[in-house]
Design a protein around this ligand. Sequence first.
Ligand SMILES: [Zn+2]
Length: 515
Amino acid sequence: MKKALTGLQVSVCIALLLVACSDPVETFDTRIRNAYVIDGLGNPARAADVYIRDGFIAQLTDVDAKSASVTNTIDAQGRIVAPGFIDVHSHGDPLETPGFENFLAQGVTTITLGQDGSSPEVENLGAWLDEVREEGIGVNLAMFVGHGTLRKLTGIEHNPDPSSDQLQRMLEMLDNALDYCFGLSTGLEYNPGLHASQDELLALSKVVGKRSRLIMSHMRNEDDDQLETSIDELLNQGEYARIHIAHLKSVYGKGRARAEELLRKLDRARQGGIAITADVYPYVASYTGLSLLFPLWAKTAEDFAVAKRDRRAELEAYLVKRITRRNGPAATLLGTDPYTGKTLADLEVELGLPFEKILIDVIGPQGASGAYFIMDDALQSRLLEDSNITVSSDGSPTGFHPRGHGTFAKIIEEYVVTRNTLLLEEAVRKMTSFAASVLGLTDRGSIEPGKAADLVIFDPQQVRARATYPAPIQLADGFDVVLVNGEIAFESGKFDAVRSGLVLRPSSQPQQAGE
Ligand SMILES: [Zn+2]
């Protein structure tokens, strides 16, 4: 037998029904209002509001189209909102300079470390990354394991012909490191990587390929007449793994036509099924240790001592020829004390010695780093325009080269605004979704619901790379707000003390090759 409902029971039921049917007000952590969203995928900018929840992009709507409960509203006032930039080749020590303010101020939200064959010399890179995680980091970090470092850790070091046991040990260490790393970096122009044979590199690339990771290579020789040979060496590894040319440059090559020749070579390789990509930094000077100038037989301290004693005349002649070919002593600008800010030509005057004697008797191959003005703007700029080329800084918070503080600002300021050779949407695509695909990052690099909320707000007209060769440690201007994983990391020139960067984990899924 049924009992009639009392009046009170009826009204309770109606109230419950109303609660169940009406849309509850959605809640978000942050709303970026009135933005011009450049999504990073190459699509044209569009006016929108961006909603963020729990560090991820939750929704995009038309401007003011939604009523929601929001903790923090940022008014973009019609400025561009783009994905944070991804630097595919960077340097630095997160335990020394964990804030990475030089990168945040250029709109960079993800960096890569362990480059050029050199990662921290520890048996367990996973434990080292835990330490970085604990310390906190201002930007996201995608780690690489260095081939030169693996050679050191396995005792192979400078040996051109490792035993099969040593090689096996190196392959195992690589495989273990790839649990935490996005790939293997090689520095074949540096010690000890330069001692590696083709067989060794192919064995390593098979491991990298099996784990669907990337080989990021500072190639064996970047001189213009050696570039094809260097690329071919890397292409052989591309039979087994995705490959990437770090800071593609032609040392003393010239002209757009030469750039197009190189780009055609890369295109042909891609058509043949090799997943090859490259990055370029927007400067015509490189920067590295002076040992780069010395011959193979005089690069290390030990070899140099012997060469200095037994092959002095030959060494002098080699250096004269090499420096002359690299645009002369005025084109080498030293970046380490006590020579900081002086060229080799300046030192010739100051010390009253020819540069080859300065290099041998005063500085030595390990004695300094320098910027080398050895690239051609027309050639490098043409490379940069190619759709399969991304951008790197190859810089660090402390390096004495403007690229560490200026690269990403310079792309916007110079290539997009002043020269007008890159569309803003295309420049952003190269530095975000394309860079993400190179690294195999699937959860960031574009503004889409579900992606990590790494974002940068800016007016392209206001962007300035202030870093110069004489004064390279100067933050970029114009990137007004930078969010890392949904948290404001940088706003109006101020950095947030809470470091919201993550040590990123490579995906365990097989990844798409870089396009
Ligand atoms: Zn390099």
